[in-house]
Write a protein that binds this ligand. Structure first.
Ligand SMILES: [Zn+2]
Length: 166
């Protein structure tokens, strides 16, 4: 069952709210497409604060490791997460546009009932490599010298083999 942590984000930031805990990787529904196996947990912290100009900010940290799928051999790649993101909270659309002009910050529109775990999941997905691959010395296909170990499983691996042959 998906877990939820609902907060009034701007209120949470103004009151220096802090929440930390663990989320099971299996509970992050949208992340599953990127994973090979989903055991384990991730540690997270959400802390509210005000920035230099007294704008409310949510600071999210996530730590742990997940297993991604190598796009070349379809094997498992251990991927360590150590994220830290500050999200500036806009209370309405016009603030969102105004805050967004500063490209150094990430801005989100904060509602009174924000699902923080969904936000954390977004941050994790945004941080992932678009096409994860082993380094060459660790990739099964490269090691096998283009052998037929996983050659027919994916267009990616077929392509990798073609490239190797030429
Ligand atoms: Zn690989």
């Amino acid at each position: 069952m998906p877990e939820q942590l609902i907060v009034d984000a701007i209120d949470f930031a103004r009151n220096d709210g802090v929440h930390h805990g663990k989320i099971s990787i299996a509970g992050l529904g949208r992340l599953q497409d990127y994973l090979l196996g989903n055991c384990g947990e991730l540690k997270y912290t959400v802390a509210g604060t005000l920035d230099k100009t007294a704008k409310p900010v949510l600071r999210i940290t996530v730590q742990g490791s997940i297993n991604l799928r190598c796009q070349r051999c379809l094997g498992e790649i251990k991927h360590v997460l150590d994220l830290r993101t500050d999200l500036l909270l806009a209370s309405n659309e016009s603030e969102l546009c105004r805050f967004d002009e500063d490209e150094s910050t990430d801005v989100i529109l904060a509602g009174s009932g924000m699902d923080v775990l969904a936000l954390i999941e977004d941050e994790i997905i945004l941080s992932l490599p678009i096409s994860p691959r082993h380094v060459e010395s660790e990739c099964a296909i490269i090691k096998a010298g283009g052998g037929d170990t996983a050659g027919e499983k994916s267009p990616f691996s077929a392509l990798a083999q073609l490239k190797k042959l030429h």
